[in-house]
Design a protein. Sequence first.
Length: 467
Amino acid sequence: MAADAMLSFEASWEMPKTQKNNGMCKVTNPYSHWLLLVPRVRMQILMAGVCISNYLLRTCLGTCAVLMVQEYNWDMQLKGKLLGAFFWGYLAGNLFAGAISARLGAGMVLAFAAISWSALAIAMPMVTDFGFGHTWLLLILLGVAASPLMPTTMQLLSAYVPASERGCSLAARALSMRFGQIVASVLAPLICSQAGWRASFAIFGTVSLLLAFLWLGFAMTKSREAGMEIARKMWEDALDNTGEVVVATGGSAKADSLLPWWALKHPGFLALLAVHCSNNFAMYTIMSWGPSYFTEVLELPLESVGLYLMLPAAFSGIGAITGGVCTDWLQSRRCPLLQMRRGILCPAAAGAGLSLVCFGNLHSVPAASLAMIAAAMSIGILDTAQNAVYLDLAPQNAAAVVSLGNGIATLPGAAGPALVALLLESTGLWSLVWGIIAACLIVSSVIFALFGSVEDIEKRAPKYMQV
């Protein structure tokens, strides 16, 4: 752990006795388990709250957009721009989020980001009355504020969670995001139908702000010098196999640039990027256009849409847990890492694509729901698998590499709504929309099967991160 890490330890506890055995840290004092486990669990619980708050606001945007377009008489093109504004901001923010996180500390950056996106959501009802331009700009700022979520949480998990447990930790993080999506999917339509879309932003923004202050108050506590000495020595004992200290004790990151553009020369990273872009194209389209699809194509009333929008979120979470458990189990069985990643990721991507093809050609609500459940399960498994590969490729520089990958992979979310609107205006065929997304998923699974890699793409000295 870094000397300025956010997690607090009791300074009065005795330094745990450890001994090194072939580069591994062998714990001989029972208190060592307490020192390592309790702060890590607390960090992940509070992190889950922040992830929930982020996806509460992301998900309610699609539902609120249905009523906002009706109230202000915006056409299909403006609706597409409205739904894509958040993702353009999210893309721009990812260009800087990783580097800022590495320099200032992932915990502090995450706290500032959570407070910012909560405040912007609360301001949404007031700003919208000034016109579409102001609303569009605020949604871009909301996307910028939300952009540090992925790189900061990946950096924290990379720093604090052992490699053998990262599958389940990534699954737990994905589950918390899906839980926020479930809550917003169910409650946002009910709130909008009873109290209007403005109340939805106000309620979810306030809840998000409270969760942000919980993170700031209980995860961002400073430890005393003796407690940090315990953390530093135990982390060095556990990870320093080469004689070099991997985690810095200072507050700045030695980065060559804002983003590790050199990663784009690595075929394994490009193959992962293809999968990530396809996955985001599917997830963001479901999240943004889902309410419109269920109300306009499947002809469900808005207040009933929440129960059906809950299905992709819930089963995506179940898929994430399944992927995480399978990943850790196969790793404990010493399965070859690349073979394991391909065996989980490629079938998940192909399965999601085939399920979405079925979904786009079914007009019965029960049948379409079953197809969506299958697609969501596959997307959840795919999400956990792709994030695990990021940590394989950049174990010491997770924030910067994830920031680059997540920024590029946000392009489908930013351009996707406008593309969907254009396709619907010109053809009116939702089956074409889902077919294009399915083709992207299937092709990306083939690309990763051929070119996927799990080798560390950093051949030089490891980056120094403050967590």
